[in-house]
Design a protein around this ligand. Structure first.
Ligand code: G3P
Ligand code: MG
Length: 242
């Protein structure tokens, strides 16, 4: 079972920062999941929320900040000084780092709340610029975004992200709409849904696996990947099963 670090090693480090990504790599996990949005001046940046308020010392919408202004915010602010200053990374900075590792990256296109113009195209251009096509999985809650990416880059697999109101018969759905993975939330996932995916040859990457009970259940069901805030713990447990 593969382990993706959710927003990097976000259980122990500031989420979606280079620090969290580098610490995730040290655990030996398979991949990193991160979220992308666009600044006012059209730069692809790595941040989960559409607003900066929860994770930084700033306030406002990501789309109202230029990259220069966004870079002044501290993405480690909520850790009470433990990690000093960590900037919000651009996707380009991340690509420049990850290209020299063997990590796979699950890029989640955050287009479902505010539909950013050209976010898919700009994200894809960076992936291509750094020749990362073979080590990317795109995903989005907005399935039209990944449908577009399938058209623009058929060589890059996509995962259909589904919230806690999971879809029945997901294997058929993914096969029919040409999505290579199913990315369900763990809370409503059933063994029947896992079986549906298996019948249609669709691997699952399940989020967010942050407790041992869920990890053991996923392992038992034969799920292919888990997305966790604690990649080191997951990796250690899975390795101990071998
Ligand atoms: O991609 C899996 C997971 O990250 C989806 O939810 O809200 O954490 O981006 P969220
Ligand atoms: Mg995400």
């Amino acid at each position: 079972m593969k382990v993706y670090a959710h927003r990097g090693y976000s259980g122990r480090y500031p989420e979606n920062t280079m620090l969290a990504f580098k610490e995730a790599e040290k655990t030996g996990c398979y991949g990193i999941e991160l979220d992308v949005q666009l600044t006012k001046d059209g730069e692809v940046v790595i941040i989960h929320d559409e607003r900066v308020d929860r994770t930084t010392d700033g306030t406002g919408w990501v789309r109202d900040f230029t990259l220069e202004a966004l870079k002044k915010l501290n993405a480690a602010a909520v850790w009470n000084g433990k990690y000093g200053f960590e900037p919000i990374p651009t996707l380009e900075e991340y690509c420049r780092w990850v290209k020299d590792t063997d990590m796979v990256t699950n890029i989640e296109i955050k287009s479902g709340v505010y539909y950013y113009e050209e976010l898919e195209e700009k994200t894809l251009a960076l992936v291509k610029k750094y020749s990362l096509e073979k080590r990317i999985v795109f995903s989005s809650f907005l399935h039209s975004s990944i449908t577009l990416l399938r058209k623009l880059a058929p060589e890059i697999p996509c995962g259909a992200l589904v919230e806690y109101d999971d879809l029945g018969n997901p294997g058929y759905y993914c096969e029919k709409f040409d999505f290579q993975y199913y990315h369900p939330g763990v809370k409503a996932l059933t063994e029947e849904m896992v079986k549906s995916c298996k019948e249609h040859g669709i691997p699952l990457n399940v989020w967010t696996i942050n407790d041992m009970g869920a990890l053991e259940q996923m392992y038992e069901w034969g799920v292919e990947g888990v997305i966790s805030n604690y990649p080191g713990v997951c990796k250690g447990w899975i390795d101990s099963k071998k």
